[in-house]
Design a protein around this ligand. Sequence first.
Ligand code: SF4
Length: 381
Amino acid sequence: MDDDISLNQLSPFMNLELCDDVDYSPPTRTSSSPIFTTSTALPNGKKIALLKSVLSSHCEKYCYYCPFRAGRDFSRYSFSPEAFAKLFINLFNAGIVEGLFISSGIIHSGIATQDKLLAVAEILRRRFQFQGYIHIKLMPGCEKSQVEHAINLANRVSINLEAPNPERLKQLAPNKQFYEHLFLPLQWAKEIRSSILPRNFIKHSPPVSFTTQFVVGASQESDLELLTTTNTLFKQFGISRAYYSPFRPYPDTPLENHPPTPFLRQKRLYQASFLIRDYNFSLSELVFDNSHNLPLSQDPKVIWAEKNILHTPIEINSSDPQMLLRIPGIGKKGVKAILAARKQRTLTDLSMLAKLGIDIHRAAPYVLLNGKRQNYQLNLW
Ligand code: SF4
């Protein structure tokens, strides 16, 4: 089928767009599937096969890092909203995909392109009564009414900030204005979300969530700059997640000779952002090197623990949940398990923590059990 071929020509580029992908490899295709799909974890943890695609790989913008940039010579494809919605629903009815992530290159302005993306979702929701997962990308320069429409149709809405501030954006995307084109839609999303009426198109759906994405390593930005903006987005705009897309050079783009960003930098950024979002760390508690980057050598939680609790370990039997959460190897589930176990008995050795699912290899140097430090190296053997 021609449409399948077009979709598959676009798939290799879709790892540029991160959206709850279970891993960050490009979309894959099994022998039984005519198209490439991405394994995606929904906000509730359920894994689904997602169709990730752009509606059009034509674009009028000149972003320095992007393979879709105007003037680059490669085979381009466009779908009409009608054709794309039909293609998706056929794939859904055949059991090949369960949800949709839809973005697009920009043709005739962000507003005109946004209308097409909204039309795809509208056809799916209204005509085909599709109740599954839809993630809509907001286009730079879209209008407030379009943000509202997207919120009404989608499970998740996102806009790519690309860079942490206007100065860095200039080095990536000369045609985009940081505040007017990218930050303002996030501001509108926050306002609309706090006042929106129940959604018309999706039954039994949790509230829409918002995410953004940064391109990491293409504009000399530091991790501190990225995490400062991320912190603002978490605390003031209520976004669910920031994605960090490590820069990869594409031939025939202005940044084709720029070095790729190590995946380890992406991993450290995620670890730090989760400390801010889920573990109540403030930005000022994170440790940065002289270049304002996270050290690559260790997990930022371990670096904090080495500095702050290695010499004053945390008593597992009496510390409050927030302090327990700061111990490497203990996450939210571990804290719950410890609190429940403490009601039954005093925790006295590492084997009791191991039975609660705690990673004792990581936690042991920073804990007291019933007042005693643990000789964890001996215990491991
Ligand atoms: S607007 Fe989007 S698709 Fe177009 S060149 Fe920029 S990043 Fe690429």
